[in-house]
Design a protein around this ligand. Structure first.
Ligand code: S3P
Length: 482
């Protein structure tokens, strides 16, 4: 197959913070490093607007990758032009695909055919992106090429063993034995072996890496996911014409089995990327928390594997309604209207975690304003995201006077009538922490400052502009909006 682009054809509570300290003096903050860009947010008047958020990050990575593996052209509308996705565009370009930005989220990919990518000239830098890295490991596993993979400080700490283990069974070689974090050099094979693999962690990235490698392999690969995870890879594989079969495990947990028989050529497609629900979550939260607000976000992805936050917010009493439900690019989308609401604390069950895994920082912020206690269970995976989000979220809440309890894989937030704010939040190169705590400052008594907003560019470069457009007060100093 391939060869079109070159040579190689083929719940224990650990700690509860002390009673909040009074926030009546100017906080004494540590000096932030010169390359950090702090930002503050402060109490805002009613927010309103009808807006769109940029394209879904998960689908954007995959659209580029599948376009690069297909024959012919793939036209993409609404691609998220954030640094994580651009790193994936650069990666597939370095491997021989032609990637052309046409303006305003429109991109054209000219693929190399399944198995047709070529060795890059130098190392590939994946920046901050775990998704780009892990999916591309699957792609590399199915090509006879050696690739040095690098990333930033945050990405270099994230576990790659979960992807390397199944990919090594398929024939991927790790050049430095025992290396399971970036930087890493891996060598794939033109004949990856088909495997049957049961996911030990609920991870769409692991599932996708195996399926991507299996595209190039001879025979049937089976991935069993006892807990369902986002299914964008399967939807796109079907759209691009792969030989894929999905069946329910009928285990009462929603588990699934995905079988794919390779090698199988893919045909270029036209893809429209819906708005990212994980980005929309911050604007929805802002509308809920700031009194008398109403915001509508048009064209948001409402894939059932991504809407755990909306389900939880409904249970908490949030006024969120879906309008104009329709299909775009093989995915369900809707316009989401969120209005100010008084929330009540709930227990969020562990089995919901995969469908809202990126939304816990913003849910924790919302829970701080709820009446009663919110307990979130099954959060083990949060420790290996762009930061240890479990402890970093708890620390951010504590810094703003909110009482929390952190368990081995759980977080309990004690809601308050008025949230003091006034804290400086350490974001640890994590975009979602930065955005979640900037939303907190819109409704807390005193301004909230995050130590660095640079990483927001990895997923939602328009965040600051959109939040300002709907009326959020953001400012460079500790006195936001001044
Ligand atoms: C993603 C899957 C999730 C999610 C990440 C994007 C994807 O990670 O946290 O932001 O696009 O497949 P895991 O697969 O590790 O759960």
């Amino acid at each position: 197959m391939g060869g079109r682009c070159g040579l190689y054809a083929a719940n224990l509570i650990i700690a509860e913070n002390e009673a909040p300290k009074p926030h009546d003096g100017a906080p004494v903050w540590p000096v932030t490093p010169a390359d950090h860009h702090p930002l503050s947010s402060s109490k805002s008047d009613a927010l309103s607007g009808r807006i769109r958020v940029p394209g879904d990050k998960s689908i954007s990575h995959r659209a580029l990758i599948f376009g690069a593996l297909a024959l012919g052209h793939t036209d993409i509308e609404g691609l998220l032009e954030s640094s994580d996705v651009i790193a994936t565009a650069d990666a597939v370009r370095a491997l021989g695909a032609k990637i052309e930005p046409l303006g305003e989220g429109r991109w054209k990919v000219t693929g190399c055919g399944v198995g047709g990518l070529v060795a890059p000239d130098g190392a590939i830098d994946f920046g901050n992106s775990g998704t780009g890295t892990r999916l591309m490991m699957g792609v590399i596993a199915g090509h006879d090429i050696e690739v040095r993979m690098e990333g930033d400080h945050s990405l270099s700490k994230r576990p790659m063993g979960r992807v390397l283990t199944p990919l090594q069974q398929m024939g991927l070689e790790v050049i430095e034995p025992d290396q399971a974090t970036l930087p890493i050099t891996v060598r794939g094979t033109a004949d990856p072996l088909p495997i049957t693999y049961t996911l030990p962690v609920a991870s769409a990235q692991v599932k996708s890496a195996i399926l991507l490698a299996a595209l190039m392999g001879q025979g049937r690969t089976t991935v069993i996911e006892p807990v369902p995870t986002r299914d964008h890879t399967e939807r796109l594989l079907q759209a691009f014409g792969a030989n894929i079969k999905i069946s329910d495990l009928n285990d009462g947990q929603g588990g699934r089995q995905i079988e794919m028989t390779g090698p199988h050529e893919l045909d270029g497609q036209s893809i429209t990327v819906p708005g990212d629900p994980s980005s929309a979550a911050f604007l929805i939260a802002a509308a809920i928390l700031v009194p008398n607000s109403e915001i509508t976000i048009e064209g948001v992805l409402i894939n059932p594997a991504r809407v755990g936050l909306f389900e939880t917010l409904k249970e908490m009493g949030a006024d969120i309604t879906l309008h104009n439900q329709r299909e775009a690019g093989g995915e369900p989308v809707a316009d989401i209207c969120a209005r100010s609401s008084k929330l009540s604390g709930v227990t969020v069950p562990a089995e919901r975690a995969p469908s809202m895994i990126d939304e816990y920082p913003i849910l924790a912020v919302l829970a701080a304003f709820a009446s009663g206690t919110t307990t979130m269970l099954g959060l083990g995976e949060l420790k290996v995201k762009e930061s240890d989000r479990l402890s970093a979220t708890a620390d951010g809440l504590k810094a703003n006077g909110v009482r929390v309890a952190v368990g081995e894989d759980s977080l309990t937030v004690h809601g308050m009538d008025t949230v003091p704010g006034g804290g400086l939040v350490a974001t640890h190169l994590d975009h979602r922490l930065a955005m979640a705590f900037l939303v907190m400052g819109l409704a807390s008594e005193r301004a909230v400052t995050v130590d660095d907003i640079t990483m927001i560019n990895t997923s939602f470069p328009e965040f600051r502009g959109l939040l300002t457009e709907v009326g959020g007060k953001l400012g460079e100093t500790g006195v936001a909006g001044s």
